[in-house]
Design a binder for this molecule. Structure first.
Ligand SMILES: Nc1ncnc2c1ncn2[C@@H]1O[C@H](COP(=O)(O)OP(=O)(O)OP(=O)(O)O)[C@@H](O)[C@H]1O
Ligand SMILES: [Mg+2]
Length: 151
């Protein structure tokens, strides 16, 4: 069972604030799968997430480094960007270690280009960002029924 919300994001600060709200609401262990075309706003949302988690550092997308870890906030943030990878290249990376939180402290895992995942975690929040003709974005959020999301 799952819930679904569609939210209109008029500008980049709206995208940021959606991420910030999620950062304030979510407990360690949650995974956010971010999907959407080039420049749809995925990194902007993760920057807001970092603010919601009270991470003082600048968040930049790990397009080349694949993963950035932030341990200076209220809860750890694991920020992945799979843009440069094929699903078959993601498989051997064992990225489930991040969302299992066994070998690393439990945190929030945010994955850009989650379309490239060869497998999915059991529970996750999926956010699809879409370009609109007027330059704004639409966010489609799909989340488990167990999560009372008030955004
Ligand atoms: N709701 C919005 N309306 C208009 N512009 C936005 C919105 N949200 C973010 N942007 C802008 O879109 C641009 C691209 O954002 P961002 O880098 O976050 O996208 P991305 O999905 O991470 O891109 P990539 O596919 O390269 O990873 C930035 O200039 C950002 O400020
Ligand atoms: Mg990005």
């Amino acid at each position: 069972m799952s819930g679904k919300q569609t939210i209109s994001l008029a500008d980049s600060s709206a995208t940021y604030h959606l991420g910030q709200r999620l950062g304030q609401l979510l407990s360690p262990g949650w995974i956010i799968l971010l999907e959407g075309d080039l420049g749809a706003g995925k990194t902007t949302l993760v920057q807001g997430l970092g603010a919601g988690l009270e991470i003082p550092e600048n968040i930049e997308s790990p397009t080349f480094t694949l993963i950035n870890e932030y341990h200076s906030g209220r809860v750890p943030l694991y920020h992945l960007d799979l843009y440069r990878l094929e699903p078959s290249e993601v498989e051997p990376l064992n990225i489930e270690l991040y969302w299992e939180g066994i070998e690393v402290p439990a945190g929030i895992t945010a994955i850009e280009w989650a379309e490239r995942l060869p497998y999915q975690p059991a529970d996750f929040i999926q956010i699809r960002l879409k370009h609109q003709d007027d330059g704004s974005r639409l966010a489609e959020i799909i989340y488990p029924e167990s999560l009372p999301l008030i955004l």
